[in-house]
Design a protein around this ligand. Structure first.
Ligand code: ACO
Length: 327
């Protein structure tokens, strides 16, 4: 069997920053409330000319450069997103065109904020079964485009960004395990009511703001605390790795209190948990690869380190990957 491992990584964040103080002028909220309830101080916002594919393209170019590969070396492109440029064509196909990855198959994967975890798992299968050599896994989301900035329950949480990795056929096993799970019964805790085939967009749906994210925050919170720890433990068990051997846990960056509760449950010390949500907020599927890229850039992750990636999201979905950093 062939082995899969991460050979390149890149990220792209919009330049525009929206701070909690800016939000104070938009809705009835305060910097203090947002910081203490979520840990978020500011987030990045894609401007009106920037779509998910634009951020994805830049992140992909950086990951390719880091891997030392040319676009034509890529066999497959998977884009995890809930904010595709449009229902079709797939955002992955737009990225393929932009970077000129002429030999690739390309498709989008929708698993809410767990999209990157799912996509890495799919890429692992195609590498391990010998079908492909190099796969671009990109997570790109522009949640601020589907957020009602008059709704203080949601608008304080989200930001935009993209992260990308190249998963390649390698000599040493770099992806140690992938654990995926979902429970469709919780679909209505976090969803967008209109704009699909159930309720196509009409003037009425727009008037009722049904094209924006609707969320039951406290129920999502309880679910997240429960499954983050479970997912990490399950993936570690599958990889036959003990928590003591883990250098760093990179969780989905939704809420500081969710991360703290998951860390407590796992009994992992806070200095082993990577957190950057204060700067970026919840960027859906993009939070995990962006945090991974940042940790690598800062020298916090070195060759041979074992890392756990864990996320939860709409669906409901959750999952974790255990990886060994092989670069
Ligand atoms: N500013 C000030 N007050 C607020 C704000 C705000 N921005 N938002 C809500 N409040 C108020 C509420 O109205 C409520 O007031 P009330 O008691 O008078 O009714 C009070 O603050 C407490 O509200 P709660 O909802 O109980 O606050 P909670 O501590 O649960 O925090 C939060 C809310 C931050 C949303 C939390 O529930 C959470 O993080 N949930 C998980 C969200 C999440 O991770 N979503 C994932 C989305 S991923 C994706 O797929 C897009």
């Amino acid at each position: 069997m062939a082995f899969a491992g991460i050979t390149g990584i890149g990220a792209c964040l919009p330049e525009k920053i929206l701070t909690n103080f800016d939000l104070e002028k938009m809705v009835e909220t305060s910097d203090e409330w947002i910081r203490t309830r979520t840990g978020i101080k500011e987030r990045r916002i894609a401007d009106e000319n920037t779509a998910a594919s634009d951020l994805a393209t830049e992140a992909a170019k950086r990951a390719l450069e880091d891997a030392g590969l040319k676009p034509e070396d890529i066999d497959m492109i998977i884009v995890a997103t809930v904010t595709a440029d449009m229902p079709f064509p797939a955002t992955a196909c737009i990225v393929q065109k932009n970077i000129k990855a002429v030999n690739a198959a390309a498709f989008d994967l929708e698993a809410g904020c767990t999209g990157f975890i799912y996509s890495l798992s799919i890429a692992t299968q195609f590498i391990e079964n010998g079908t492909y050599k190099n796969i671009l896994v990109i997570a790109s989301d522009t949640l601020t485009k589907i957020t009602d900035f008059k709704d203080r329950n949601t608008c304080i949480l989200f930001g935009d960004g993209a992260g990308a990795i190249v998963v390649s056929r390698v000599e040493e096993k770099g992806i140690l395990s992938n654990f995926l799970k979902s429970n469709g019964n919780g679909g209505d805790l976090l969803y967008i009511p209109a704009g699909g085939s159930r309720k196509p967009t009409t003037i009425e749906t727009v008037r009722k703001k049904q094209h924006y994210i609707q969320m039951n925050g406290s129920e999502v919170f309880k679910f997240a605390v429960k499954v983050m720890g479970e997912a990490a433990e399950s993936a570690l068990k599958m990889a036959n790795v003990s928590l003591e051997d883990v250098k760093m846990l990179i969780p989905h960056q939704a809420n500081q209190r969710i991360i703290d509760a998951a860390a407590r449950r796992l009994n992992i010390s806070r200095d082993k948990v990577y957190i950057n949500l204060d700067k970026y907020g919840n960027m859906s599927s993009a939070t995990v690869p962006i945090a991974l890229e940042e940790a690598v850039k800062m020298g916090k992750i070195k060759k041979g380190d074992i890392i756990v990636l864990v996320a939860f999201g709409a669906g409901l979905t959750w999952g974790a990957n255990v990886i060994k950093w092989i670069k």
